[in-house]
Design a protein around this ligand. Structure first.
Ligand code: SF4
Length: 372
């Protein structure tokens, strides 16, 4: 199984961000205590399953000091049986990439860095309220590689305000120059509650049209594939087999437990999510209470989720597996998928069904037609 830890602190709020986080570290100590209490209270939730992946996300986990991170990792190590070969990822912002922190993260067992680069253009970064510069990215990644991190992922965004096709091309070229084995490329979305949403509502920001985004996505896919990256999931590209094991386990319906405010958990039969409010999260755990909502998954929910997550990846769906698990919806599935094959959005071969890259671009439509 996987463990996800949501660290809900950021130095400031990026204008596009809809994730739950707070731009103040006032409650950091209380959060660390609360998270340890949550780990204790939920120690029986997944039984004795071994842990294959550990993922510290957020928020900005690299905002935490090494001693704070140590308290959390030791707590998890004391309660769970974490494989010595586990993938242990920490999401970091480039301004935190210094020798002290990098060495500390390695000592704590993190063997994979996921770095929020977004763009290499300093004026674009300022325009979305990121706190780093491209120089910090370049120097920080070089230092991380020098200190032994050989599993590094970077995030980039398509469609940032002011990002012309030429600038996007430059960003990609700089990304390729870094020699990292994993690149995630997300399309900018106008998330509820974000600054960008307010600007959009006031007419101060005009997002790219779907066609413009699609054209840019095509260019990104082509360039990364030419550079030897496998396009293994809608937004993810890897070289040398360095897929994100943690995220891949979400797409393969493996169980995971999420700690921290707003974190989700999945135990194969139900899904639950913690309260998305740091203060309430801490208060509940101070009273030794868990504060979450829960949803039991019906057969139909499970089928919908299976189809949506599996088809996001290049591994697709094996017909035999789907018939065994969801025989009752095979006729619906095969009818829809053959339509998608005719539209050029899917391929069928030896009882295996995958979406094409043009299918991934319209995946929301495909999934809604496949859902029951
Ligand atoms: S994008 Fe990341 S760093 Fe920026 S506000 Fe959101 S969680 Fe924080």
């Amino acid at each position: 199984m996987g463990i996800y830890v949501h660290v809900p602190f950021c130095r400031s709020k990026c204008f596009y961000c809809g994730f739950y986080s707070v731009a103040s570290d006032r409650l950091k100590e209380a959060f660390i205590r609360a998270l340890c209490a949550e780990v204790d209270l939920r120690r029986d939730y997944m039984g004795t399953l071994g842990v294959e992946t550990l993922y510290f996300g957020g928020g900005t986990p690299s905002c935490l000091s090494l001693s704070e991170l140590q308290i959390l990792t030791e707590k998890l190590e004391n309660v769970y049986c974490i494989s010595p070969f586990a993938e242990r990822t920490i999401e970091v912002n480039p301004e935190d990439l210094n020798a002290e922190k990098l060495e500390g993260w390695r000592r704590l067992g993190f063997n994979r860095l996921s770095i929020g680069v977004q763009s290499f253009q300093d004026d674009l970064l300022k325009g979305i309220n990121r706190q780093h510069t491209s120089r910090q990215v370049l120097e920080g990644i070089e230092m991380a590689q020098h200190l032994g991190f050989d599993n590094i992922s970077i995030d980039l965004i398509i469609g940032l305000p002011g990002q012309s096709p030429e600038i996007l091309h430059q960003d990609l070229m700089q990304a390729l120059g870094l020699s990292v084995d994993h690149i995630s490329v997300y399309m900018l979305s106008v998330d509820a509650g974000s600054v960008l949403e307010k600007r959009y509502q006031k007419g101060l920001f005009c997002p790219l049209s779907e066609d413009e985004l699609a054209d840019r996505y095509d260019v990104v896919v082509q360039l990364l594939k030419e550079a030897g990256y496998e396009h293994y999931e809608i937004s993810n590209f890897a070289r040398n087999g360095k897929y994100s094991t943690h995220n891949t386990s979400y797409w393969q319906q493996k169980p995971y437990i999420g700690f921290g405010p707003s974190a989700h958990s999945y135990d194969l039969a139900s899904r639950q999510w913690n309260v998305s409010n740091l203060k309430t999260y801490i208060e509940s755990l101070n009273n030794k209470e868990l504060n979450f909502e829960r949803e039991e998954l019906s057969c139909v929910d499970y089928y919908n989720e299976y189809v949506m997550t599996r088809l996001r990846t290049m591994w697709g769906i094996k017909g035999k597996d789907l018939r065994e698990k969801f025989g009752f919806c095979w006729d619906h599935f095969i009818g829809q998928m053959r339509r998608n094959v005719e539209r050029g959005w899917a391929v069928e071969g030896r009882d295996l069904f995958c979406l094409t890259e043009s299918g991934w671009l319209v995946s929301d439509k495909i999934f809604s037609e496949l859902f029951l």
